[in-house]
Design a protein around this ligand. Structure first.
Ligand code: NAD
Length: 246
């Protein structure tokens, strides 16, 4: 399905990013595994991907740092020869009620989760324009559509990602660069491990399918959006949330 395609997944050393990197590789794509934290975990993902018979390498970069990101894009194009699929997945949370939220908690989340998507998208655009083809898939969140108490910073960033997705989709359509977003609900990863039992139960009560999603549930939709099957879809945000937000 993706044989011969070259992909970069940000924040791919664990969780949803890891599942996306492996899913794209399982369909034949070569994958650059971006990481900011554990090099060991990123290396483990690279080794898992190589076992699938495609190329992979790890690359450290802070997605919010423009010079890091420019260097990363240059390295990916130099190793793979092109960059066909960018998945903007890296993200963080710094939850707090609005009245208690510190300015730095707001700034950190906006920087990584929103500015990071802008910086990576801008950096890949010239290459994709030259190729006259490309897929950009942004990992937003359903809270960016519905809001969520205690996450003003995160919700603002994810709503921003949905807006950025629509605008870049319109700007880049004439060059055959398709830009879409996925909006996961509650997915079982390190990010949601932090939920208390009470919060977890409260969450399950709000999900019609009555279970948390798995990283692979998100990865399969990203793989679809990266594939030829999705070549008349752009500017959309697909909810992957067990029916939580309709
Ligand atoms: P996670 O914390 O397991 O993974 C996030 C990854 O991003 C980590 O590998 C981390 O090192 C990386 N990262 C953080 N800051 C970075 C930076 N500045 N530069 C590069 N990498 C950076 O979380 P996850 O649940 O796998 O989340 C992945 C994405 O999915 C995030 O954008 C998150 O907001 C989104 N999401 C998650 C859920 C969920 O329920 N888990 C729901 C909706 C959206």
């Amino acid at each position: 399905m993706l044989t011969g395609q070259n992909a970069l997944v940000t924040g791919a050393s664990r969780g949803i990013g890891r599942a996306i990197a492996i899913e794209l590789a399982s369909q034949g794509a070569n994958v650059a595994v971006n990481y900011a934290g554990s090099e060991q975990k990123a290396q483990a993902v690279v080794e898992e991907i190589e076992k699938l018979g495609v190329k992979a390498f790890k690359i450290q970069a802070d997605v919010a740092n423009e010079s890091d990101v420019k260097a990363m894009m240059k390295e990916v194009v130099s190793q793979f020869g092109s960059l066909d699929i960018l998945v903007n997945n890296a993200g963080i949370t710094r939850d707090n009620l609005l009245m208690r939220m510190k300015e730095e908690e707001f700034d950190q989340v906006i920087n990584t989760n929103l500015k990071g998507v802008f910086v990576c998208t801008k950096a890949v655009t010239r290459q994709m324009m030259k190729q006259r083809a490309g897929r950009i898939i942004n990992v937003a969140s359903i809270v960016g559509v519905a809001g969520n108490p205690g996450q003003a910073n995160y919700v603002a960033a994810k709503a921003g990602v949905i807006g950025l997705t629509k605008t870049t989709a319109k700007e880049l359509a004439s060059r055959n660069i398709l830009v879409n977003a996925v909006a996961p609900g509650f997915i079982a990863t390190d990010m949601t491990d932090e939920l208390t039992d009470e919060q977890r139960q409260g969450t399950l009560d709000m999900i019609p399918l009555a279970k948390l999603g798995q990283p692979e549930d998100v990865a399969r939709v990203v793989r679809f959006l990266a594939s030829e099957d999705a070549n008349y879809i752009t500017g959309q945000t697909i909810h992957i949330d067990g029916g939580m937000v309709m």
